[in-house]
Ligand binder design. Structure first.
Ligand code: WQD
Length: 369
């Protein structure tokens, strides 16, 4: 019985590569479509180090209908995990049209290609930013859309498109996963987050301060009405998020219709609490100074995490200390990210050869749609 092939758009990224690990562990074979604009193909070699299987990488754009049709024809795809998209809030304010083009038009092109191929199981990477910055926490899935930036609005619009699609055609099974704050790294230390340039997000910035690559963390405001004045978020381990995709995929395969589900722990942590946890995990002191509030930041929000448990038996299992320990292990072992060599034993691992079809291009492991 051959393992079902799952198309993972954006699968070479931070969430995507960890999701490939979870998919392979659950008996699926990922086929990755990625432009590599915001990701690194070497993340998939690290997936191979961890799992023994290197997903095929098809370098292509989710907006390209021809590329999509070729992938569906070549790889006998059973379902899709759609992670490809632009995700920086600040950038979306400066360049909204690109965000609507990639995130919204890209998803429209994808679901049209899926329909042509008769593939109607979809897990969509959504975001807690659809709730905006004024919902009382814990935030449940029933809270109204109130996005306050173009990025969040693209996610809310895609969810609405998918809900209309599921209503119009009962053959579709769709799960929209609203990520809160994914952080951490695979426990092996082989895979993790490596933003291009200075990190916008808290955890990679702290990790680089701990490693001596950044001088000091600037805390964006310490005068919020929170436990210690600093911003509070619901941090969730990236491997919990990855495993949430597998559970949601199984749910979508069993249940037609659409489901929105929060992926969070249901607990908030302040910036200073994250710093303390990271100092405990790394044994390093994190130099910091208090700066002004960051425009657009909400003071505090965290998930009502019961929905995913009730719908498909998922809940976060890893706590903040493990998120920090795993993040530090990745940072310490890979100070230059994927530029650091993978461990020696990685080279001899088998690659995922899809013998059901001729590869789109010549080299296994890499193909261009
Ligand atoms: C967390 C807290 C900052 C950096 C972002 C995206 C969101 C989602 C998750 C995709 C806040 C504080 C941060 C720093 C700091 N991504 N901070 N100094 O803003 O909650 O959400 O990632 O869905 O779309 O907006 O995450 O990590 O940037 O900030 O004090 O150098 O850390 O003020 O309170 P955020 P973040």
């Amino acid at each position: 019985m051959r393992a079902p092939r799952i198309l993972v758009t954006g699968g070479a990224g931070f969430i995507g590569s960890h999701t490939c690990v979870a998919l392979i562990a659950a008996g699926y074979l990922p086929v990755v479509l990625d432009t590599l604009v915001n990701s690194d193909a070497r993340s998939l070699q690290r997936v191979a180090c961890i799992t023994g299987v290197e997903p095929v990488l098809v370098c292509g754009d989710v907006r390209d209908a021809v590329a999509l049709d070729r992938v569906f024809a070549a790889y006998n795809v059973a379902a899709v995990v759609h992670l490809a998209g632009l995700k920086a809030v600040g950038e979306s304010v400066a360049d909204p049209v690109s965000y609507y083009d990639v995130n919204l038009a890209g998803t429209l092109a994808l679901v049209q290609a899926m329909d042509r191929a008769g593939v109607r199981r979809l897990v969509f990477s959504s975001s807690a930013t659809v709730y905006g910055d004024s919902q009382p926490s814990p935030i449940a899935e029933s809270a109204p859309y109130a996005a306050v930036n173009p990025y969040g609005r693209t996610k809310a619009m895609v969810e609405s498109v998918l809900a209309d699609l599921a209503r119009a055609d009962a053959r579709w099974g769709i799960a929209c996963l609203r990520y809160f704050n994914p952080i951490g790294a695979h426990e092996s230390g082989l895979l993790g987050e490596r933003p291009h340039g200075p990190p916008n997000n808290l955890m990679p910035y702290i990790a680089q301060v701990a490693a001596g690559q950044r001088e000091c963390l600037v805390v964006h405001g310490a005068d919020y009405d929170t436990v210690d004045g600093t911003g509070v978020r619901d941090y969730v381990h990236v491997m919990d998020v990855a495993e949430g995709h597998v559970s949601a995929l199984r749910h979508a395969a069993r249940r037609p219709g659409i489901l929105m589900a929060n992926l969070g722990t249901g607990r908030g942590a302040s910036v200073l609490e994250v710093v303390s946890a990271f100092e405990r995990a790394s044994g390093r002191r994190i130099a910091l100074r208090i700066g002004p509030r960051r425009p657009g930041d909400a003071p505090a929000y965290w998930a009502d995490a019961r929905g995913a448990w009730q719908a498909f038996g998922w809940r976060a299992r890893r706590d903040l200390d493990q998120m920090c320990a795993d993040s530090w292990r990745w940072q310490a072992a890979n100070p230059h990210g994927f530029d650091d060599p993978a461990p020696a034993h990685a080279s001899g691992l088998p690659r995922f050869q899809d013998n059901t079809s001729t590869s789109i291009n010549s080299k296994p492991g890499h193909s261009h749609a």
